[in-house]
Ligand binder design. Structure first.
Ligand code: LLP
Length: 423
């Protein structure tokens, strides 16, 4: 049997703790629903990538979209992390969290002129350019600002990451990147543009990738391309291999950060490329849970099947319904455990959609008022949450050793209508 995959969430004497703080005590103070992150888990996950590189020149650009809370960003910036951003909003957050602008990489297919300008003015480290049209626009904006824009072209290597179709990005039918067969032409053009400075080459094949093979297949193609570019005098100093390393939610056995980094480095014998990576999920997913309370238990239909209606919903955590994602659901109430027989449950929220579920077909011993934790919710949890059904967004809490802090207060009813006006 696999052991529980969240190292800093442990059960002792029927008490679930994150680091040295009981989840029950946080729920009593902050109420539910609420996201809880372990600072030590974050730091250790980041360090696992960093130490795997040993002396090899590298930069870890945490993918901000996975969890963009300022406290999370600040913990990583204090480790001297870089950041992968995809919007002007993420740029604003990273700068506010004390991130080093020179270590910011700007990805994404639809950067607006205003976003390009803001990033140039902040002197970010690199634009990962995804089309010829974007390259030309960036060149124009940079010339207007009397700057040179540092760029990598994001190349689409046409490799199947064998992940969910919504989060596969490196196939030629996806909207991302420049097709690999057009790469040389685009680099030749980039080299002629006065507002553009070629810094590197980037690719990203998808997310929740659980084997090394797709990364290595893409790397082979990209390394061959870098050789061809060199032969025509275009030198690529840095190679960004993207993010996408998967994590365990249930019984997946993805490569560890060390195995992943070692495999990448093994392809680069004697090269002088600086390697950039953009992990998001592998740093935060298993550093966080969503805590929720059972409001009602109801039985529906003739089958021996129950619904646990909880106070978190698809607006708080959309992954189960959007991708059919499985995340563990665990009762955390000391004392309440085992008082009732195990029954088969769908765990659902109060939102008025049948698609509002957090987990299906779970055997659980739970009753009204019990606390549940939804595991592996640190990545793409809060950051994808919304106000659907006019539900204020959840609070977020960061735990470090035996102390915790609210790092985002629960939204209020006034927050819900902020900016709205009756004419
Ligand atoms: N770099 C780029 C260019 C990306 O598009 C992404 C993720 C990453 C890095 C980080 O990937 P990661 O290491 O986190 O796999 N909402 C989905 C995941 C969407 C990923 C989008 N791009 C989910 O909840 O599964």
């Amino acid at each position: 049997m696999l052991t529980f995959h969240m190292d800093y969430f442990t059960q002792k004497n029927d008490q679930w703790r994150v680091e040295d703080v009981s989840l029950k005590s946080i729920a009593e103070d902050i109420h539910t629903p609420c996201y809880i992150y372990s600072q030590t888990a974050l730091i250790n996950a980041w360090n696992a990538f960093h130490t795997a590189f040993k002396e090899y020149p590298h930069q870890i650009n945490y993918a901000v979209k996975a969890n963009s809370n300022l406290a999370v960003l600040n913990v990583l910036s204090s480790l001297n992390s870089g950041f992968d951003i995809v919007s002007g909003g993420e740029l604003f957050r990273v700068l506010k969290a004390n991130g080093n602008p020179e270590k910011i990489i700007f990805s994404g297919v639809g950067k607006t002129t205003a976003e390009l300008k803001a990033a140039l003015e902040a002197n970010i480290g690199c634009f990962n350019v995804e089309s010829l049209a974007e390259l030309l626009r960036l060149n124009t904006v940079a010339i207007q600002l009397k700057k040179m824009a540092p760029i990598a072209l994001r190349i689409n290597p046409n490799v199947d990451p064998k992940s969910h179709p919504y989060i596969s990005t490196g196939l030629e039918e996806n909207k991302f990147g420049i097709p690999i067969f057009e790469a040389i032409e685009h680099y030749k053009q980039a080299a002629t543009l006065p507002g553009i400075k070629i810094k590197g080459l980037a690719f990203h094949i998808g997310s929740q990738v659980t084997s090394l093979a797709p990364f290595l297949e893409a790397l082979d193609k990209i390394i061959a391309l870098i050789e061809k570019l060199k032969a025509i005098g275009i030198i690529i100093p840095q190679l960004n291999v993207g993010g996408g390393l998967g994590v365990r939610y249930q019984d997946e056995t993805p490569p560890t950060p060390e195995e992943y980094v070692t495999a990448i480095l093994s392809k680069l014998n004697n090269s002088d490329l600086t390697i950039h990576i953009e992990p998001g999920r592998a740093i935060v997913a298993n550093a966080g849970v969503l805590l929720t309370r059972v409001e009602y238990i109801k039985k529906q239909g003739s089958k021996d099947k129950y619904f646990a209606v909880v106070d978190a919903a698809m607006n708080d955590l959309i992954r189960p319904t959007l991708y059919g994602a499985w995340q563990d659901i665990i009762p955390v109430n000391p004392g309440a455990l085992h008082q009732v027989p195990e029954r088969l449950f769908d765990i659902v929220g109060p939102v008025c959609e049948t698609g509002d579920f957090l987990g299906k077909d779970r055997m659980l011993s739970i009753q009204e008022g019990d606390l549940l934790m939804i595991a592996s919710a640190g990545a793409y949890g809060f950051s994808m949450s919304s106000n659907y059904n006019s539900r204020p967004r959840a609070a977020e809490v960061m735990v470090h050793q035996n102390a915790y802090q609210v790092v985002r207060t629960r939204e209020t009813l006034a927050d819900l209508v902020k900016g709205e006006r009756i004419p």
